[in-house]
Design a protein around this ligand. Structure first.
Ligand code: SF4
Ligand code: SF4
Length: 325
């Protein structure tokens, strides 16, 4: 084993609904217990030092790990963010706060943003659990009254940890539990030198999870190719006509399933709503159940030409963003 024996995890909630935590608890291969009990020997020695929802300590005792990490007394630690990051200056205008985690010695609230600022200076890695932390997600949907944003927008796209690791985004609403468990295990193995850092796409999503679209992974893709479309819920055909955004959403859930290999939006008869993408929940992903323009499906044709197809599509998508469907 490399020099890093123990790795701490601080799981910090911002503007979150805790759905990503529930999803992590449903992971099975590996599950959270596997990670914490050393099921993968090279990834053993991981402790979850702070998680507001599932930790046993409370009050000052619970926050002691966060305070220690802020002071550089808990190292190395992976900072997992769940939830978007608000603009506290907007809350200050009315004398309040959007998001607070504990108090200082004088009893003044400490905002989530202040915690993040201090922890980011010492973190060995930052992993964003879910679309809120990655890109702003639902709290940042128009008109975004709290000024919510994701970690890359808040800390800067070029932010790197003390170990030189960029922010790793694991989007999804919620993030898939096994996406999180696999990414955390991957990060631990990379920190110890057993693996290279995971390759990331242009939105800092691990390629091993997000390289392909939901459409490419969808068991109904053959029906799409045959022109067989569902027009009502419950029909077993392609749901492009019912608003499915699978062709422009990067996600392996239709193939992987959601819990124990079961579930996954289009495979179960629910149109993909694009929850892994930076623009979600705004257009071009909403309205969720409106038929997507035919141009969305042109992507599948362009890709078949190979080469710079992704770059061509990016330009098409950019032109569509912000336009109501
Ligand atoms: S990404 Fe979705 S499930 Fe996760 S905290 Fe945000 S709203 Fe909840
Ligand atoms: S459009 Fe949706 S339902 Fe149809 S094949 Fe693609 S991902 Fe599956």
């Amino acid at each position: 084993m490399s020099e890093i024996e123990n790795i701490h995890v601080i799981w910090l909630p911002g503007q979150a609904c805790t759905g990503c935590t529930v999803s992590l608890l449903n992971a099975s291969h590996p599950n959270l217990l596997d990670l914490l009990t050393g099921f993968i020997p090279q990834a053993a020695g991981v402790t979850l030092d702070y998680h507001a929802t599932i930790m046993l300590p409370w009050g000052d005792e619970a926050l002691s790990a966060v305070n220690a990490a802020e002071k550089g007394e808990l190292a190395p630690f992976v900072l997992v963010l769940e939830g978007a990051i608000p603009d506290e200056s907007k809350a200050k205008e009315t004398g309040g706060y959007w998001c607070v985690i504990g108090e200082d010695e004088e009893g003044n609230p400490i905002t989530f943003n202040d915690r993040l600022d201090r922890l980011a200076k010492n973190a060995a890695a930052i992993v964003c659990a879910g679309t809120c932390a990655s890109f702003g997600g639902i709290p940042s949907g128009k008109p975004n009254p709290t000024g919510a944003k994701g970690a890359m927008d808040y800390l800067g796209k070029d932010w790197k940890s003390s170990l030189g690791i960029p922010i790793i985004n694991v989007p999804g609403c919620p993030a898939h539990g096994e996406h999180m468990a696999e990414t955390l295990a991957y990060a631990v193995l990379a920190m110890r030198g057993f693996l290279p850092l995971p390759a990331l796409d242009e939105h800092n999503r691990p390629l091993f999870l997000f390289e392909h679209t939901a459409h490419e992974n969808c068991p109904r893709a053959g029906l799409f190719a045959d022109g067989k479309n569902s027009h009502e819920f419950g029909e077993p055909y392609c749901m492009g006509t019912m608003g499915c955004k699978g062709p422009i959403s990067h996600c392996d859930v239709p193939k992987r399933g959601f819990i124990e290999g079961v579930g996954g939006c289009p495979s179960m008869g629910s149109p993909c709503i694009g929850c892994t993408e930076p623009e979600f929940p705004d257009p071009p992903f909403s309205p969720f159940l409106s038929k997507a323009p035919a141009s969305f499906f042109v992507y599948e044709k362009i890709r078949s030409f190979g080469g710079s197809a992704d770059a061509v599509w990016c330009r098409i998508k950019d032109a569509l963003i912000g336009r109501d469907l």
